[in-house]
Ligand binder design. Structure first.
Ligand code: NAP
Length: 474
């Protein structure tokens, strides 16, 4: 049995307490994982705090080299890393492989972006009284970054915090989700090999409220970068006081299908958007609004494609849909389907479960107050509703607590321009599903989908502080 240790100040530290980690798919114990005490969290924060000057003063080319090495080490062990993700989270192996390829990209972008932390010169004599002065800005690292991450992309969402933080000269205390600690400790191992100084990255597993709560309230931690559910994110914001926070939260992402689009062509992409990683993706395609002229064709082809999905063991490369993260999530999802049915929805396919797997489910004619429509479903469930017009669909998309990304398929340039202006979300995808992200683009949401943007360059900006320097040459 694998027994993990905490990673603090560049060393593996035996924890006082451990808890068993269960496979979401088989229910078997796959490891024993540290359940950090307050004292151990304290030790990790202090290590990161003591290392802050070493990281801030490290020449940028050295930081970039460490991140480049990390990316290469991960690329060399990609297969092993993907299997680890698959075991701890039940992410189908083909999706896990895709996540590792993206994680490598995220660290490569971080290495490159480290070299572009530019300030600017300010023409002081543009204002009367500013004559004879030279002024410029520098981007100072903040110090210790508290990174709190979710289970659903355990490598790449960690990379979106660790990569930019190190690139900008900060240190990190990372608290990964309790269900996905193994990939975080794997990262620590690679970071050590890549040559990051002790204290640069510290990994602490344990309860969200204990470890996360301490990171949020400790004065030595200068920023919290959180990805997870809106409920926890809002709680963090309320406790953080003046500490800056980035919150990457949930959504009930939608796509609009206008008349005249080539339905055959877009079906595979829509099915992938709805069901990859069992729908446990923050921009998973949850709501599809289809123009009445092509509604029946769309539904028929979507359901046929859904029937072809392979359900089963996450470690089988053929599997498309596997177990939800916890058995109780299956019960929750089934109760939400039942509620939608009570409100008049029809099940086109799915709506049943097998162990911890929920079969891919397509619902039609769903009332907008049903939870599967207005809340984040985070399960392989998608609704397809008929609309009279694109305008009606835009209103439905915007009638949400969330606003991460939205998509529209249309052949009409005016409709595309109109929708991109009217959709109130962090990102609009024209002729694509909302379930699209590459790792250097600005990414984040409005409303309860969050505050701030990630995407390496944008995250780095929020992990530095602007300092102005003025030389008086008079
Ligand atoms: P979660 O339950 O909110 O947990 C996220 C992290 O917060 C975990 O590490 C968790 O630790 C920790 N935590 C829990 N309670 C805490 C507290 N009181 N104080 C500080 N930290 C605390 O989310 P999840 O179920 O892992 O992930 C799913 C959610 O993440 C979905 O809502 C999804 O949409 C969102 N998400 C958003 C994005 C984005 O970029 N916008 C990307 C991916 C996922 P424990 O695991 O120990 O509880």
């Amino acid at each position: 049995m694998i027994k993990k240790q905490l990673f603090i100040n560049g060393e593996w530290v035996e924890a006082k307490k451990h808890t068993p980690l269960l496979s979401p798919y088989t229910g078997e114990v796959i490891a024993n994982v540290p359940d950090a005490t307050m004292e151990e969290v304290e030790f990790a924060i202090e290590a990161a705090y003591q290392a802050r000057n070493t990281m801030a003063e490290m020449p940028i080319h050295q930081r970039a080299t460490i991140l480049e090495k990390l990316a290469n080490l991960l690329e060399n062990r990609a297969e092993e890393a993907a299997i680890l993700i698959s075991k701890e989270s039940a992410k189908p192996l083909k999706d896990a492989k895709g996540e590792i390829a993206r994680t490598v990209q995220t660290y490569k972008f971080s290495a490159e972006e480290a070299k572009r932390i530019n300030g600017e010169t300010i023409p002081m004599d543009a204002a009367p009284g500013g004559e004879g002065r030279l002024a410029y800005t520098v981007n100072m690292p903040l110090g210790v970054i508290g990174a709190i991450t979710p289970f659903n992309f355990p490598m790449n969402l960690v990379a979106h915090k660790v990569g930019p933080a190190i690139a900008a000269g900060n240190t990190v205390v990372l608290k990964p989700a309790s269900q996905t600690p193994l990939s975080a400790y794997f990262l620590a191992e690679l970071m050590q090999e890549a040559g990051l100084p002790p204290g640069g990255l510290n990994v602490i597993t344990g309860s969200g409220s204990v470890v996360g709560g301490k990171l949020v309230t400790d004065n030595r931690v200068k920023k919290i970068s959180f990805t997870g559910s809106p409920e926890v994110g809002i709680g963090i914001r309320n406790k953080a006081n003046l500490k800056p926070v980035t919150l990457e939260l949930g959504s009930n992402a939608a796509v609009i299908i206008d008349k005249d689009v080539n339905i055959e062509k877009i079906i595979p992409r829509c099915v992938t958007g709805a069901f990859s990683s069992q729908g446990q993706v923050c921009i998973s395609l949850q709501r599809i609004y289809v123009h009445k002229d092509c509604y029946d064709t769309f539904v028929e082809k979507f359901v046929t494609a859904t029937k072809n999905l392979k359900v089963g063991d996450p470690l089988n490369l053929q599997t498309d849909v596997s177990a939800l993260i916890h058995r109780k999530e299956v019960d929750r999802a089934l109760s939400w389907i039942e509620e939608a049915k009570q409100k008049g929805a029809k099940i086109a396919i799915g709506g049943t479960s097998e162990g911890s797997i929920l079969h891919p489910t397509v619902l039609l004619e769903v009332e907008k107050s049903a939870k599967v429509s207005c809340q984040e479903v985070f399960a392989p469930i998608v609704l397809i509703n008929k609309v009279e017009s694109v305008e009606e669909a835009i209103d439905l998309v915007n009638d949400s607590r969330y606003g991460l990304q939205a998509g529209i398929y249309t052949e009409n340039i005016h409709t595309a321009m109109y929708a991109s202006k009217k959709l109130y979300v962090g990102g609009v995808l024209v002729n694509d599903i909302p379930t699209f992200r590459v790792d250097h683009m600005p990414y984040g949401g409005v409303k309860e989908s969050g505050i701030g943007r990630e995407g390496v360059k944008y995250a780095m900006k929020d992990m530095t502080e602007l300092k102005l320097v003025i030389f008086n040459n008079n």
